[in-house]
Design a protein around this ligand. Structure first.
Ligand SMILES: [Zn+2]
Length: 428
């Protein structure tokens, strides 16, 4: 019994020390490909990288697992009160604890599985003096007996350690495989693909020999991970062309990825594929078809315009299909990235050099308005797909693609230099 109590005391003692950490040190390491490094760093950006504290006491704490630090658990169908009774805590103390904690947490409502720690003092560890309840890896409810005997409850938020990890890979079979081989959480490769979605079509353009590297923050509390943090910087080399991304907060809330020159990696679409057209029919679930005279969904937007009016592709992409197809007449389908595609129907003719597989740039003329296929007069039928499903292009809210504002450029350059320096060497 005494031995158990001394263990409890040990846990409480380390916890006590831990609360006094204060040194602001930015710790980062170069992941599985290099040794750990430590440096001091001042960043202007709040929240992008948490500047964290590490002390010997905090380090000592990491040696113990959560199970060791909080040796007791509320059993299924039990309660904290029942568990405390099992530990011979007096009904009087339990009553006072519950009352003290009440403004912060109802101790009667803690769920099964919640871990806690009890502390004792006195020559034979006979005086019950503290209860610490682990509400989450980060949040602890600490209740201490003061010298006058009264209990004082306090919500404690533990320090979060932020590390920067780096990974890199070579595509040998698939992007996913390259992440697995790099011993990286494959969810991060999906994030990387999202960052470069406008530069690389990851559904179609990934090539053997492509390379990627990234730095990512990892938050933890006493060695316990708090889920995956944000990618800070990344590069992807696709067919010999390298794309670079840096995480930066533009304005107050607007966190996004930018190229080294401060341009956004996101692209907006042109509002309309016709420069001076008139919308003659909108996207509708039910529409009386002008020729068939039946009610059918209208999966696009019609722009009435004279035959021969140039049609502009609304975003960069690749020609997925071009040809003639029954009701659509002459049509072109453009894939913009793995998420977005558009199609253009009833064309009178196609622009030169528009062939299956050819690359097109936003604003480029790809064809001309006509009335081929099932059409009652010259117009462009324009469709927009998100993940293969029709959406109303007029109802879409596309992300702003504004660059880093002038007044933030200096700050951006500073961030960029730090984040890009994290990237590991390409050689594996
Ligand atoms: Zn239409």
């Amino acid at each position: 019994m005494i031995e158990i109590k001394s263990k409890r005391w040990l846990a409480a003692g380390i916890f006590g020390l831990m609360a006094s950490s204060a040194v602001a040190t930015y710790v980062f390491m170069t992941g599985p490909f290099g040794g750990p490094e430590t440096g001091e760093l001042v960043l202007n950006q709040k929240d992008v990288v948490a500047v964290e504290t590490t002390t010997d006491a905090a380090f000592a704490e990491t040696i113990l697992s959560a199970e060791q630090r909080y040796p007791y658990t509320i059993s299924p169908r039990s309660s904290l009160v029942t568990e405390l009774r099992k530990l011979d805590i007096s009904p009087r103390d339990i009553h006072d604890l519950v009352a003290a904690a009440k403004p912060i947490r109802n101790l009667g409502r803690l769920t099964a599985g919640t871990r806690f720690q009890v502390g004792f003092s006195g020559t034979n560890s006979e005086v019950f003096t503290s209860l610490r309840i682990r509400l989450s890896p980060r949040d602890v409810l600490a209740i201490e007996r003061k010298t006058d005997g009264a209990w004082l409850a306090e919500a404690v938020q533990k320090k979060v350690d932020t590390k920067v990890l780096t990974f890199k890979g070579n595509v040998k079979s698939s992007l996913w495989e390259s992440a697995v081989e790099a011993e990286m959480n494959p969810a991060l490769i999906a994030e990387l693909a999202e960052i470069f979605a406008w530069q690389v079509d990851f559904a179609r353009e990934v090539r053997v020999g492509d390379q990627w590297r990234l730095s990512v923050e990892e938050e933890s509390v006493q060695g316990e991970k708090l889920g995956s943090g944000s990618i800070l910087s990344a590069e992807y080399t696709n067919a010999g062309e390298t794309h670079t991304a840096v995480l930066f907060r533009r304005g107050e809330e607007d966190l996004g990825y930018f190229g080294p020159d401060g341009t956004s990696l996101k692209r907006v679409f042109l509002k309309s594929p016709i420069q001076y057209g008139r919308i003659s029919s909108r996207f509708q679930k039910r529409r009386l078809h002008p020729i068939l005279k039946t009610v059918r969904p209208h999966n696009g937007v019609d722009y009435a315009a004279p035959t021969g009016t140039p049609i502009r592709v609304v975003g960069d992409g690749q020609v997925e299909a071009v040809g003639r197809n029954g009701g659509a007449g002459n049509f072109i389908k453009i894939r913009h990235n793995s998420t977005y595609a558009t199609s253009y129907k009833h064309l009178s003719r196609f622009a030169k050099n528009v062939r299956r597989g050819s690359r097109v740039q936003q604003g480029q003329t790809i064809g001309y308005v006509g009335s081929t296929g099932m059409s009652s007069g010259p117009h462009l039928h324009f469709e927009f797909y998100v993940n293969g499903r029709y959406v109303d292009p007029l109802g879409m809210k596309f992300p702003a693609a504004a660059p880093v504002p002038r007044e933030q450029l200096a700050e951006f350059v500073e961030t960029k230099n730090v984040f890009l320096a994290y990237l590991p060497d390409w050689e594996i």
